[in-house]
Design a protein around this ligand. Structure first.
Ligand code: C6P
Length: 405
């Protein structure tokens, strides 16, 4: 499909909205993406045509829902080049996936062993591991970053040792946009026998990771950042790991047999999918992947790269504006501050002009501490944003600067 931006924008009903008397400019895509009609229709169709619980009923609706849910699992499997469908675990999102793995390692990690986390993680990829270390007595060490917002790979190599059991790192930083060299990170970790969990929450809207090639141990992401519904996501784990980890939650669906004396657990993926899942979410995650693949990730990446270059150049031309996160390998995320002005005030004024950005620490406080700032204004672009919208941002930022100085 040729990249026809107007046609693409027409797929997103929300982009026709007015906010505070202005046409909406939605630049908070890293928080959550907007939803195309294909995904909205998928949700409406599920609830109006075949809403039923899955894996349980013999009746037609239940079978239709089960088939659609399992078909969505296959779509996720194919999209991420995963070898076995049962290694795709549906979760409620990235946070759930990370907590599931961290919980599993309470039985596998020992006192004195080490886990490495990068300095640019979202709190979701810090706090569960801190909790794990508290429970097990393992030690958490930090892979530092440099001023540009890149990981210091030479220090990473020094930190790795025979004591390292796990490394967790994001594929893309939500606050800086940095694309981390996860191929090298995974290879080096494997050389010392450590497993790697990659947080792909911010990557999957911009690229299509091939998990087979990456040889990653665990990969987690959220559907809502990639045009899908909220409350659903994916945990991929290598089969041998998922078989080793204990279940995260107990309940219906995850058992083989229950007696008061002993319970045995179901096979993968059900062992990790206790209770009624987000059925509509899972099915329409599949619809979101179909939609993105129809546009094609080569086209998405090329378009977003151009948009990022244009927005960066325009923002840099504003005197007193500083960009945080200047790594050469970046997705279309720009964090910035205006000298002497609090990011919250900038965000509030932009909203008055119909422009949605995120302000604050972006659930990545260690990054803000590194730069000695309370937070940033973050403009995050998707393939449905335009150069005209960048221009609206630039003129609004200039206006805010004048008003607040
Ligand atoms: N970041 C942002 O505005 P959930 O909430 O589970 O779908 O995703 C959590 C998460 C984990 N890792 C990274 C790198 C993330 O960016 C996020 C979510 C949003 O940056 C909301 S805080």
């Amino acid at each position: 499909m040729a990249f026809d931006i107007q046609k693409i924008r027409d797929n997103f009903p929300i982009l026709k909205r007015q906010v505070n008397g202005f046409p909406l400019v939605y630049l908070d895509n890293a928080a959550t993406s907007q939803k195309p009609k294909a995904v909205i229709d998928c949700l409406v169709n599920y609830y109006s045509q075949y809403n039923a619980n899955i894996h349980r009923g013999v009746h037609t609706l239940s079978q239709e829902a089960t088939d659609a849910y399992e078909q969505a699992r296959r779509k996720v499997q194919n999209h991420f080049s995963i070898a076995y469908p049962e290694t795709v675990i549906f979760t409620s999102g990235t946070t759930h996936g990370i907590n599931l793995v961290a919980h599993g390692f309470t039985t596998l990690l020992k006192k004195g062993e080490e886990v490495l986390v990068s300095a640019m993680e979202h709190h979701s990829n810090i706090v569960p591991w801190q909790m794990l270390c508290e429970k097990t007595g393992a030690k958490l060490k930090v892979i530092p970053m440099n001023e540009q917002g890149e990981l210091r790979m030479e220090v990473y190599s020094e930190l790795l040792s025979s004591k390292t059991r796990l490394v967790f790192v994001n594929h893309v930083s939500n606050a800086l946009g940095t694309i981390n060299p996860i191929e090298t990170i995974i290879q080096k970790a494997h050389q010392v026998g450590a497993a790697v969990l990659v947080d792909g929450a911010q990557a999957c809207a911009h690229m299509k990771p091939n998990l087979k090639l990456l040889d990653v141990d665990f990969y987690v992401t959220s559907a809502h950042k990639m045009c899908g519904p909220t409350g659903v996501g994916m945990l991929y784990g290598k089969k041998e790991w998922l078989e080793k980890l204990p279940p995260f939650q107990g309940g219906g669906e995850m058992i083989k047999e229950v007696t008061f004396e002993k319970t045995t657990y179901a096979e993968l993926p059900h062992k990790f999918e206790a209770g009624t899942p987000n059925i509509a979410g899972g099915i329409c995650f599949g619809a979101a992947l179909d939609y993105l693949n129809h546009i094609g990730f080569d086209a998405i990446t090329a378009y977003e790269t151009e948009l990022l270059a244009y927005a960066t150049q325009q923002l840099q031309s504003i005197e007193g504006l500083k960009i945080f996160g200047t790594a050469p390998q970046k997705t279309s995320v720009i964090s910035f501050n205006l000298e002497g002005i609090h990011p919250y005030d900038v965000g509030t004024i932009l909203d008055k002009m119909g422009i949605a950005v995120r302000t604050g620490h972006h659930c990545a406080q260690p990054i803000m501490d590194f730069y000695h700032i309370p937070g940033t204004v973050r403009a995050s672009f998707a393939f449905y944003n335009t150069k005209e919208e960048v221009d609206r941002l630039i003129s609004a930022v200039k206006k805010a600067q004048k008003m607040l100085r």
